[in-house]
Design a binder for this molecule. Structure first.
Ligand code: MN
Length: 235
């Protein structure tokens, strides 16, 4: 069955493929899934009331159709009065698999970007307390702003460099990639033991300390030194 036949069989037009621009290319990076690592910086684990010691990583997912491009607007979401910013480095995969060894993991990386894991903290908090899933806190509309992807062929695989976020020009989050509890190859290896990773997967690698609320009209400017920057306005 060719593509046209396939489309003719859909009851209505399928949603567009979510995609992220690639720096230095007119091609787009087609997004498959979005995984996020929880509590991957000790200072952030402490500010959220958790043990900063290295425990097994845990993951949650966001919906790929919630990406917002650099320069875009994050519409303040419904159903929350406490929406937080979490600035993170994003790892973009060009290949995947199951049970990927740590020493092969970086071969899967296409490149890196700067992302915001926007969080309805009040709804996430209620879900945590009730032992319920986190989607209401993490996977809502426009919850995944992401800069253009910079290919690893251009910048290598950064393992140190500032990770920062300013709100209306004031520094709110500040950390360094060298503080990641689970490093990029480790998170890929671990995640591939739980899910079959695929080309097009994005991994939000966790946020440094300093998360906090945003208000309508705020300008969020963040970056990962050596990777890029991301600017988003809260609408
Ligand atoms: Mn996060």
């Amino acid at each position: 069955m060719n593509v046209q036949d396939t489309h003719a069989r859909f009851a209505f037009a399928p949603a567009p493929v979510p995609a992220v621009p690639i720096k230095g290319s007119d091609k787009l990076f087609p997004v498959h899934r979005i995984y996020c690592v929880g509590r991957n910086y000790a200072e952030h684990a402490i500010e959220m009331g958790h043990d900063p010691n290295r425990e097994a990583p845990f993951f949650f997912q966001k919906n790929p159709d919630t990406l917002v491009p650099n320069g875009g607007v994050f519409p303040y979401p419904d159903a929350s009065k406490d929406v937080h910013h979490e600035l993170e480095m994003v790892v973009a995969l060009q290949s995947g698999g199951k049970n990927i060894p740590v020493e092969k993991a970086l071969d899967c990386v296409f490149g890196y970007a700067v992302g915001l894991d926007m969080t309805r903290r009040d709804l996430q908090g209620e879900a945590k307390k009730a032992g319920r899933p986190w989607e209401v806190g993490k996977a809502f509309e426009a919850a995944a702003p992401c800069s253009e992807i910079v290919p690893a062929s251009a910048i290598g695989h950064p393992s140190k460099g500032g990770v920062w976020l300013k709100v209306n020009g004031a520094v709110k989050q500040k950390g360094d990639l060298d503080q990641l509890i689970w490093k990029v190859p480790e998170m890929i290896a671990y995640l591939s033991g739980l899910f079959e990773l695929k080309a097009g997967d994005l991994i939000y690698s966790g946020t440094p300390a300093g998360v906090g609320p945003v208000q309508r009209g705020d300008v969020l400017e963040g970056g990962v030194d050596g990777v890029g920057e991301l600017k988003i306005t809260v609408g």
